[in-house]
Design a protein around this ligand. Sequence first.
Ligand SMILES: Nc1ncnc2c1ncn2[C@@H]1O[C@H](COP(=O)(O)OP(=O)(O)OP(=O)(O)O)[C@@H](O)[C@H]1O
Length: 453
Amino acid sequence: MATDSWALCVDEQEETCGTKIHFCCVSEDKAAQSLHNKLIRNKLVNNSFKVEILQRDPNSPLYSVKTFEELHLKPQLLHGVYAMGFNRPSKIQETALPMMLAEPPQNLIAQSQSGTGKTAAFVLAMLSNVNPDNKWPQCLCISPTYELALQTGKVVEQMGQFYPEVKLAYAIRANKMQKGSKIQAQIVIGTPGTVLDWFNKLRLMDPKMIRVFVLDEADIMIATSGHQDQSLRIHRMLPKDCHMLLFSATFEESVWSFAERVVPDPNIIRLKREEETLDNIKQYYIFCRNKEDKFTAVCNLYGAMTIAQAIIFCHTRRIAAWLAGQMSKEGHQVALLSGELAVEQRAAVIERFREGKEKVLIATNVCSRGIDVEQVSVVINFDLPLDKDGNPDNETYLHRIGRTGRFGKRGLAINMVENEHSVEVLKAIEKHFNKMISKLDTDDLNELEKIAN
Ligand SMILES: Nc1ncnc2c1ncn2[C@@H]1O[C@H](COP(=O)(O)OP(=O)(O)OP(=O)(O)O)[C@@H](O)[C@H]1O
């Protein structure tokens, strides 16, 4: 039985399978999603971005750097940055780092999608701002879950590998501490509840000595019950002149009002991803009678053209597992991204697929968010994406097959429709994007092959 909420969603999907409408799960676990993103990513996301900067004082000059040298980092830290393989600052780091390292430091609210270099940026700011001679916590970073806290800690350890005088402590439940002992580490990373305990109940550290406060993953933090209040309580205990930094992958109204309460007089940086479009995508549909028929159509496609790598989206775990079995029997190397897998296992499946160890990735929708589809030019919608009410889910459709339109990268999307409802869904998607979805014609196969490889 699935234990995490993400996997439970897929189970729910399973149960609704066979009813007239297949429901698509929306209540995915944000923290698990974020962890998943971190685990599968080992480099910056490869998109183009537009940067929006709102300065607290619009008259002060805006510095942005193109190299890490320009930041005048401590040599040990510069060494650490290069040892991590970073050659130059990422887009968000170009402006965020000079603000965070300025004298006096400037408060910052930064929003950009996962994988754009936020964690690396604030870790560098924390490491730059501690005094290793002082044996008490000076920088505090709070994260929504202990797994996320550990991931941030790993970055501190890597970046600070040549700065061993700086120590790190994890304020997480598993780290049992005796009342009255004193934390000597200069950097503390933890979850809000345990941080509060360390301040109040156990008195392991003094909030008034904190000089840099980082609130990471603010959107997940406020979506987690109790964390918003706890974060605000921590915030109230800190010195008024504490340097406040808040990061978030998304920025809906609730995050914004929370951010304004936590970060006074902020500079704001937002990185907007270049819009995905369907401009370079050839979209087709194939009409089938049932899932067996769809499977035959997939086999026919593979028989008629060479497909380097494809992702096939199914609506339920049951169909995905069935299709994976059928395709394996046909001799395909198939990876299955299924809801019952733990986050780490999902990350491993995606990583193997990325490395080309499997040629076909079959995924249900709930498992697919972390997949960087840009590397794969063929996407097959074995089932069309539906929202929880069974209506066409245009956003997911775009997410599955969209491209950011750079380098003229082309893509191929093949949609399987099997009944009146799915034909209606297809028509609605076609209308929404105002882009034709043509019936697949075998005459097109030569052209398709060029796109697919
Ligand atoms: N300047 C850089 N040059 C090259 N790689 C970088 C740079 N900054 C960060 N990275 C790498 O890019 C990946 C994403 O960075 P980071 O984790 O800091 O992003 P993020 O925005 O915090 O995303 P997430 O919230 O998912 O962790 C990591 O593997 C990190 O090591």
